[in-house]
Design a protein around this ligand. Structure first.
Ligand code: HMG
Ligand code: MG
Length: 300
């Protein structure tokens, strides 16, 4: 049967806002994060400590987190943030943050475009980050991008994804988030990829699935993930999102679509759907365009 309970890992404030053309003021981002927490989302990824000229949309990461710490104390220190390298981890440590994520690529081309590193040398960048974080009692999530296809390289074999994922687990990441960065994956592919991890000794309890909805397959893919025993799903309020360094990446699976779907299956998630949808409508007004989520539009 399907799992009784699922954890929704909200990425709207990070994956969503990193790709916006409009500059979102820091206080609006902080309000977005507070509203997402108030809607019952158990994990709210807040921002990235990446190079400010690579992702100018998140250049205010330190200000945002300092303000949230002032406001929410330890609750804010528990919000995960992306850190690609030692410099990023230093910036997160300076604020006493306790959950970080590194992000690897399953392909050579995207490693170069997103991290300015090759497939092999990306691990040299992550190794000290994960080691230092674990030494300080900070846990590290490991993302793998381009798990279902790459806009430059085409098909990506499950074995290649498993090899990259296992290296992140071996460094000490507690969870792997398998990213369909450009949203080309299908349910059969999800089944095969989770099975390939299983065959390599990595069970579904170590995995999260991160879908972008480019081809409208994200919920079907979640269903395949549930059938394979995966219980953590990344989603973005209102379906915001994309990756500035991935050609053709569109929005993430909308949190509202995921919540509606899980509720329909009787799967526990703990999220207040109308509160998330109201938050997405509020954010859409600030961004000046409607949410792409069908559920948000139906509820509005
Ligand atoms: P680089 O240019 O190779 O960096 O960029 P470097 O190590 O050579 O350093 C150059 C300068 O940058 C130095 O300053 C560093 O201090 C500074 P200088 O000495 O010249 O004055 N620097 C930094 N400053 C602030 N914060 C930092 C930092 N690092 C270096 N962290 C780097 C390499 C990794 C930094 C760059 O490529 C980068 O920032 N990339 C981030 C790209 C990104 O954020 N992409 C989106 C997230 S991934 C995604 O969305 C996919 C995901 O959602 C899953 C999915 O959908 O598949 C996760
Ligand atoms: Mg993403």
């Amino acid at each position: 049967g399907l799992p009784a309970k699922v954890t929704i890992y909200e990425v709207g404030a990070r994956d969503g806002l990193q790709n916006e053309q409009t500059a979102v003021p820091t206080d609006v981002k902080a309000e977005f994060v507070r509203r997402l927490l108030a809607a019952g989302l158990p994990i709210v990824e807040a921002t990235s400590f990446v190079h400010p000229s690579w992702v100018p949309q998140l250049a205010d990461a330190a200000d945002l987190m300092a303000g949230l710490v002032d406001d929410l104390g330890d609750t804010a220190r528990d919000l995960p943030v992306l850190v690609p390298n030692d410099r990023g981890l230093d910036r997160a440590f300076a604020l006493g943050l306790r959950h970080v994520a590194v992000f690897a690529s399953a392909t050579e081309t995207f490693a170069n475009k997103n991290l300015n590193r090759g497939l092999e040398s990306q691990f040299e960048m992550f190794e000290p980050v994960v080691a230092r974080a674990l030494d300080s009692g900070v846990d590290v999530r490991g993302y793998v991008s381009m798990c279902f296809g790459d806009p430059w390289e085409g098909a990506v074999e499950p074995e290649q994804v498993v090899a990259v994922g296992k290296r992140l687990l071996d460094l000490g990441c507690h969870q792997l988030s398998l990213g369909d960065t450009i949203g080309v994956g299908t349910a059969g592919h999800v089944k095969d990829l989770v099975a390939a991890f299983g065959a390599a000794g990595v069970g579904p309890e170590r995995l999260a699935l991160h879908f972008h909805d480019t081809y409208g397959q994200a919920l079907a893919n979640v269903h395949a993930g549930l059938q394979a025993g995966v219980t953590t799903y990344d989603a973005s309020a209102g379906g915001l999102g994309g990756c500035p360094y991935a050609k053709s990446a569109t929005g993430n699976l909308a949190t509202e679509d995921l919540v509606w779907f899980l509720t329909g299956l009787g799967i526990e998630h703990g999220v207040d759907l109308s509160a998330v949808a109201a938050t997405s409508v509020w954010m859409a007004e600030r961004l000046g365009r409607p949410s792409p989520s069908a559920v948000v539009r139906a509820l509005a």
